[in-house]
Design a protein around this ligand. Structure first.
Ligand code: PLP
Length: 393
């Protein structure tokens, strides 16, 4: 059975061209870029070429790109750098729907005595900008708002927030991990101070990330040690993955426009069909302003985990906002922040497409899903009455 992989917000497949480009740096060119000898030292130039590709992809200068080990490290570094750079201040603003890489780091700082404001969202997951602005004061060091949400796909008004913060001279970080490759990013036009990216969300390998730091922004390193990354991130460079990320960015820059229109067409087809064929289902998120590849649906009277297990039997990979399946014991904090009723959170499923998702794969999910839902509802004491009204398409 061929796998239908619709969990691309969790991770993406390494593009074959990316892998191809990386292999010589694992097999033959295994030197350390900090070495004096040519064998290692020459890798320095290759890293700089990759840096230039990443920079071009997001409209940045090469020197504004710091390679890290993942999106989480980039997020932690951005927040910690702000805190260390302004030791006299104690207030950080973020949102209730951030990835744990931001949310839990802010909670950690909260336990250390920092004041943290978690800005709420409404029922569609839209950010309350007025509340964000109201929370700012002279003690505010940093605002960190994600560019796009990983669970429901909502895109936040980063440019609008950035212009407010610029006037107030407050640092602004955006977690653009889910946006990169799905939304054009141009740091020349977007006045954020720092932005995080992660390779494995964009067809590069796991274990490579980027922190963009605008020239002139006060910066304090998180990993302290050697002089790598101009003293801004110590640790021997992950050469092969850096090369891979450079290639992935080069490809994404060329194909993004076409990828986005394909992904959104297929996502819309999938969503429309499931809404038509499965009764008692709702879309979670802001349908007018979402990532082109993401749909998050709640099916009443069924457990998301049960849906995932059934889909898994059909070789279909998706994810759920309900307990355990996401590796946590808590139901999705994003859906909770949006006020989605608990029963609907437990019945939520996220499908996330990539540029390699095919029409046939989407059709397979459209075929399988209505029956999965109907069967589960038939078995559920809450779903019994409902399933009797369900007619097979
Ligand atoms: N931020 C967002 C929005 C994410 O979706 C993820 C990963 O799912 C991360 C940060 C963390 O990235 P990484 O897995 O590279 O640490």
């Amino acid at each position: 059975m061929k796998t239908v992989y619709l969990d691309n917000n969790a991770t993406t497949r390494v593009a074959p061209e990316v892998l191809e480009e990386m292999i010589p740096y694992l097999r033959e060119w295994y030197g350390n870029p900090s070495s004096m000898h040519t064998f290692g030292g020459q890798l320095h130039r290759t890293i700089e070429e990759a840096r230039a590709k990443v920079a071009a992809f997001i409209g940045a200068e090469a020197e504004e790109i710091i390679f890290t080990s993942c999106g989480t490290e980039s997020d932690n570094t951005a927040i910690m750098s702000a805190v260390e750079s302004f030791p006299q201040k104690r207030h950080i603003v973020t949102t209730r729907v951030e990835h744990p890489a931001v949310l839990n780091f802010c909670k950690h700082l909260g336990r250390k005595g920092y004041r943290i404001t978690f800005v709420p969202v409404n029922g569609q997951g839209q950010l309350n900008i007025a509340e964000l602005v109201k929370s700012l004061d002279d003690d505010t060091i940093l605002v960190s708002v994600m560019y796009a949400n990983n669970e429901v796909g909502n895109v936040f008004p980063i440019a609008e927030i950035a212009s407010v913060l610029k006037e107030r001279r407050i640092l602004f970080h955006t977690d653009a991990v889910q946006a990169a490759g799905k939304i054009p990013l141009n740091m020349k036009e977007l006045p954020v101070d720092m932005a995080s990216l992660s390779g494995h969300k964009l067809h590069a390998p796991k274990g490579i990330g980027v922190l963009y730091v605008r020239k002139g922004t006060r910066f304090f390193p998180y990993l302290i040690g050697g002089h790598q990354e101009r003293g801004r991130r110590a640790g021997t460079e992950n050469v092969a993955s850096i090369i891979g990320l450079g290639k992935a960015c080069e490809i994404a820059a060329k194909t993004m426009e076409e990828d986005v229109s394909r992904m959104s067409r297929l996502r819309d087809k999938l969503e429309r069909a499931l809404l038509e064929r499965c009764p008692d289902v709702r879309i979670n998120g802001d349908v007018s302003n979402r990532l082109p590849n993401t749909t998050n649906l709640s099916f009443a009277y069924v457990e998301g985990e049960a849906i995932l297990l059934r889909l898994n039997e059909h070789g279909i990979c998706a994810s759920s906002g309900s307990a355990c399946s996401s590796g946590s014991l808590e139901p999705s904090h994003v859906l909770r922040a949006m006020g989605v009723p608990f029963t609907m959170i437990h019945g939520s499923v996220r499908f996330s497409l990539s540029r390699s998702t095919t029409e046939a794969e989407v059709d397979r999910v459209i075929d399988v899903m209505p029956q999965v839902i109907a069967d589960l509802r038939r078995m559920s004491p809450f779903g019994k009455a409902r399933s009797e009204t369900f007619t097979r398409p």
